[in-house]
Design a protein around this ligand. Structure first.
Ligand code: RB5
Length: 150
């Protein structure tokens, strides 16, 4: 049996409660969870949490990352500044499937003020259950990676 994949979870203050729901859900699906907080509901700055989660993925400590902020946008922008990370905001299941199949996204971001809990979990399932297709999509992902070298 292959080792369990590890998912790093993080958010800003907007995502604290939903992060716990996602953690329980992905553990039930058979993943390990590395929840790196924050745990306090006090207002915090999404870039540092996006960066922290992205570094766990970039270093290989986590296989995948799921991050949350009010819209999903700010924390995604921060995560994508870390070399090796491909993160997309998905507020629908089609996009969540496609960022894995075509873009080999290693992080998923969602907007907790955009979505309800049921749709969030459907999006998580669509993302995790999809597989990268490679082929021409691999060529395109390699082109994204090449941009990191300037
Ligand atoms: C915080 O109020 C909010 O700006 C943040 O959660 C997020 O939506 C930023 O993109």
């Amino acid at each position: 049996m292959s080792a369990k994949q590890t998912i790093v979870l993080s958010s800003d203050h907007a995502g604290i409660d939903l992060r716990k729901v996602i953690a329980d859900h992905v553990i039930a699906k058979g993943y390990e969870v590395m929840d790196i907080g924050p745990t306090s509901p006090e207002s915090t700055h999404y870039p540092k949490h996006g960066e922290a989660a992205a570094r766990k993925v970039a270093s290989g400590e986590a296989d995948l990352g799921i991050i949350l902020c009010g819209t999903g946008q700010g924390i995604m922008m921060a995560a994508n500044k870390v070399k090796g990370v491909r993160c997309g905001v998905c507020n629908d299941t089609f996009s969540a499937r496609m960022i894995r199949q075509h873009n080999n996204a290693n992080m998923l971001s969602m907007g907790v003020r955009v979505l309800g809990e049921g749709l969030v979990l459907d999006i998580v399932d669509a993302y995790l259950d999809a597989e990268f297709e490679g082929g021409r999509h691999g060529t395109r992902v390699d082109m994204i990676t090449a941009l990191e070298e300037g």
